[in-house]
Design a protein around this ligand. Structure first.
Ligand code: HEM
Length: 457
């Protein structure tokens, strides 16, 4: 087998100064790392007034995300400030009792039974896209927005009982992208002594608020419709019913429901869309892997559509997904804030410090992965040696704040790869160079135009 090694951002030979690191980070969060960052176990940096630590070893990752969850539960102030105008007190950025009660309400709605039910809608939505593609073979498609519309439509139909429709999907997907492009993940004021309002009144914040308004309008419309149609068995209908104290101890206000719906939209569509886009790119550069994928699909499925039960019967398809999100973790940096003084590796971690767990580094760490920068799905097959270390592989994070939609996302991705690769191949036009863009999430830069070819009718 020949394996492909995609280009990756330049790694610096020596540490950057605090100011240099901030300036690089404001352009691209993946451009700040040194060659050493992929070998060291624990790092610290003073970013102007902000002390920052990086847990870069599986034992330390477990300590931060699991054992000491009570200390590192809170998201970093930068992350909270970046997302608060859009998500309010939504799950992704809340903590304490609010987080615990909202998570408690939603957890059962993502159990295996629910995901199995959702999978039928996933299959029909992916098949609709495949039918549209069939009418456009031998033309160029923009893979990233195409995957964004697919995953936004899946979230909308499964969780909210509402077909989003191409027009609204385009508005929402663009508004989320505009929001990300306009927020400042590393606002200068959080690292320096500049006042907050300098960030708040900047042009970019204004653009972020405009994008947030567009998203709020679409979501309000979805909630209005769900209120008229309360008998559906969707996540949104359950959240609306949780307002009824007979069903739950906790009540969510309409605004809180809106916040949770936006979290699910944001956390649920873009991460999966980015993973799928990266996957088509990696497959297009890996003919041997692609051939093995086609062989598995032909053998297990032939020409029939996959179902929920088939996901477990497609280990190579699953390994391709696992390896894609190892190389390109959609959430490449997990950031937390210490809520009390702590000690790690005999180093004092003062209350208020930022603690980072960086899947981008851990997933390519030289101690834990042979050929760390190469796309080798086989490393995720049963019996592979070395077995991937659970706390060096964190596409969905770990511990109590692990991704709520992990199983949803895996089933959706495996079904999407299977159904689309059964019928099509996506090829990259000669001479195209694919690079990344990293703000809150890691995605291919631009729209990733690829050529659509028919594999089977
Ligand atoms: C490939 C797909 C996905 C990936 C890689 C992914 C990854 C992640 C990661 C890394 C986090 C933790 C972030 C942090 O701690 O800072 C997270 C949280 C979350 N994800 Fe996902 N996610 C995916 C799909 C989904 C889907 C499909 C949904 C819902 C339908 C979802 C809902 C959430 C929610 C609600 C949280 C916040 C959980 C909490 O803080 O309690 N995700 N996700």
């Amino acid at each position: 087998m020949n394996y492909f090694t995609p280009n990756y951002p330049k790694r610096h030979a020596a540490d950057l100064s605090g100011v240099q690191a901030i300036l690089y980070a404001r352009k691209d969060l993946l451009s700040i790392w040194t060659e050493d960052s992929f070998e060291l176990e624990f790092m610290s940096q003073q970013l102007l007034k902000q002390k920052t630590f990086i847990a870069n070893d599986p034992r330390l990752v477990k300590e931060v995300l699991v054992t000491k969850h009570h200390i590192y539960e809170k998201k970093s102030p930068q992350m909270q400030r970046a997302l608060e105008p859009l998500l309010g007190d939504g799950l992704f950025i809340s903590d304490g009792d609010t987080w615990a009660s909202h998570r408690h309400i939603q957890t059962p709605l993502f159990n295996t039974g629910f995901v199995q039910n959702y999978s039928k809608i996933m299959v029909s939505t992916i098949t609709e896209i495949a039918d549209q593609w069939a009418a456009n073979t031998n033309s160029s498609i923009n893979v990233l927005p195409e995957m964004g519309h697919l995953t936004a439509e899946i979230i909308s139909r499964t969780l909210f009982g509402e077909s989003l429709g191409k027009e609204k999907a385009v508005v929402v997907v663009k508004a989320f992208a505009d929001y990300q492009a306009s927020i400042k993940q590393t606002p200068l004021s959080s690292f320096s002594s500049l006042p907050d309002w300098l960030d708040k009144f900047s042009l970019r914040s204004h653009l972020a608020l405009r994008a947030a308004k567009k998203i709020h309008a679409v979501v309000d419309d979805i909630i209005d419709k769900a209120e008229e149609n309360e008998n559906q068995d969707t996540l949104l209908a359950h959240l609306l019913k949780s307002n009824d104290s007979r069903e739950s101890d906790t009540t969510l206000t309409r605004e809180q429901i809106r916040n949770e719906i936006i979290v699910l939209f944001m956390a649920g569509h873009e991460t999966t869309a980015n993973s799928l886009a990266w996957c088509w790119y990696l497959l297009s550069q890996s003919p041997d892997v692609e051939a093995k994928l086609h062989a598995e699909l032909d053998e297990v499925l032939g020409d029939r559509l996959p179902s929920f039960a088939d996901v477990a019967k497609l280990p190579y398809t699953r390994a391709i997904f696992d390896e894609t999100v190892r190389l390109y973790p959609p959430v490449p940096i997990l950031s937390r804030q210490a809520s009390e003084d702590d000690v790690i590796r005999r180093k004092k971690i003062p209350k208020g410090s930022v603690m980072l767990v960086v899947p981008w580094l851990l997933h390519r760490h030289k101690k834990f992965w042979p050929q760390p920068d190469t796309f080798i799905p086989e490393r995720f097959l049963a019996g592979a040696e070395p077995k991937p270390n659970k706390f060096a592989y964190l596409p969905f994070s770990a511990g109590p704040r692990v991704c709520l939609g992990k199983n949803f996302g895996i089933v959706e991705s495996v079904l999407s790869i299977a159904i689309l690769a059964q019928r099509f191949r996506l090829t990259l036009p000669q001479g195209t160079s694919v690079t990344h863009e990293c703000r809150l999430t890691l995605r291919p830069k631009g729209s990733l135009p690829m050529q659509l070819e028919r594999r089977k009718p």
